[in-house]
Write a protein that binds this ligand. Sequence first.
Ligand code: ATP
Ligand code: MG
Length: 673
Amino acid sequence: MRKIRLQSRGKENLSDRFARELNAEQFAAATAPDGYSLILAGPGSGKTRVITYRTAYLIAKGVPAESILLVTFTRRAARELVSRLEHLVGPEASKVWAGTFHHIGNRIVRRSAEALGLESNFSILDGEDQEEFMRLAMDDAGMFGTGKLAPRPGTLLGLVSYAFNVERPTAEIVLERAPALAPIVETIERAAASYVDRKRKANCLDYDDLLAYWHRLHHELPEAGNAVAKSFRHVLIDETQDTNSIQMNIVERIAADGWGNLTAVGDDAQSIYGFRGANYANILGFLDRHAGANLFRLDLNYRSTPEIVAFTNASIARNSTGFPKDLRSARDSGAKPLVVVAADAAEEAEFVGQQIVEWHEQGVELSRLAVLYRNHHDGVLIQAELVSRGIPYTVRSGMRFFEQAHVKDVLAYLRLMSNPLDETAWRRLLLMLPGIGPAKTAALYAHLSSQEDPLAAAASREAMALVPAKGKGLYAGFVSDLRRIRSCRPETNPAQAMQLVLEGGYPALMKTRYERPENRMADLEQLVLLAGRYDALEKMLADLMLAGDLYGTDALAAAEDNEQVVLSSIHQAKGLEWSRVFVVRLVEDGFPNARALDEEGGEEEERRIFYVAVSRAMDELILTYPNLTSRGRGPIQVTRPSRFLQEVDPELTDQAAIEGSNDLAWTDRVPHP
Ligand code: ATP
Ligand code: MG
């Protein structure tokens, strides 16, 4: 083994620590020479650990932390990585550029705004804002009032975004993925063009734009692009299998124009974001694109027991594409994965609740437990069950904190302070006022956005004249709230600005519009606390708006109580691990998802999702399915267990059936016949 001589913070030499905490292959990968490296290995084999230690190694070797770009899949992952790095190399670690593609794109695009022809105070649009813009753009393109049903704005956004992320023309994607829309493909292109135009005028960027401008910087603006590329001596990416071609193009270009140092880490068999354009050719073709790159393989799984590893290996065996991998467990033997059949979905939920209580009584911390599902709605019954048993939990799927209407309302006030041209923020707030409908809102925005100072113009006589008599009172109150917020220096004091929103006319408006206003007020008070951690409005808004981005939300993670069970979609559980994991609702049609099966490669992608799910478990894995399901008020149907369960040799699991719905204290562990 090569020896490195490095000093760590503590007494212990960093190289001793590396040798103790990494196996030989991990050590070689973490201390690989400069240049291109690919670390390709299955779940739990320490890929994320290696990327952490490699970053520490680089810093200890003298590479400035601020010249290291470390791309992770979620912000939570970035935070965890940085905190582990701090243990290894001390406070320098916080200078590393660590985050998701979108976060880093946001920082770089803002810095390079001038070269890109943007205003640096642009707002970021989340999914709902984007729909709003798209609806207006569809209207521009004459898609409404034609007597024919128009597609949903979300559908068009999905197509436009997919086209962008796979770098293909929108029209082509429409014909391929939504052939029913073929007759209106030209209208769709017009709407897409108007969508771009509207964002531009309102000084707003959506998530894809953050990547698009970053990409443009490196591909069209050599001077500014090179400066950015040169500022990053090393680029490291975790979860490379879920990057799309735009993302890969960006980092490969940075390495090529800069220092030629790129470390990519991933597992092709865990590529599960194909629906967003993730392209696992990025990882499979890495060695072809970079001749002479180092390849590292890790084959010991430190996460899971041999029984779970055996099941995990078997679960992916039917997939034909990808690099072959056969993991061995580094751990002692444990229980086989347990397959539990419940009579119906209610009983399945009861079982999960009961088992959690039992484990808790045995002293297992709730935070070490997770319930994973393919579709968000598969978790709803479980949530109800946990509520009734008083089990605290956190949900990492579906509607997120920052996507809730009241939270977005309050943020809209602040967005106007930062970007007074922000059309979605104006529309959101104006439409809340009685007497002001879509037409008046459009007229007001057209007027305000043409003025030098739109916020001041809101109080002008011209603006007031556009408001109908019955709305004037509340409009005047709204305008004076804006004035008050603006005068408190919101740029440097977002918490104070938010407090002023809550002291103005907003709470009264909220009470008339939404149910459960007390709970919402409590949320907003939490939001003020969160804002208190920021001294720059722009940074806070970017963080919060990006919290809703597709790869999951975690801005509030620090505020999360640790003693709670995690309920999560499998997509959100990537890269994470828990002592005990349930994967629920394993029925045909649900998992594999029936719609996904219609797509080319759909079954293999679903199988990879299953593989990701089962490989999250360290000590115990429980796989459940109900015998009967009903869809809402629809008829009750007999289910078939998921093919992913049936494919695996039953010898690798124990099976249990729940006897009698009223007695749940027992599940029999019946060895398979
Ligand atoms: P995934 O593919 O799911 O992202 P991964 O390959 O990134 O998995 P890690 O999360 O880095 O794997 O590691 C899995 C677990 O094994 C972690 O708890 C990690 O701390 C532990 N681990 C990894 N390598 C070692 C080692 N050499 N000694 C002890 N524990 C290790
Ligand atoms: Mg990992």
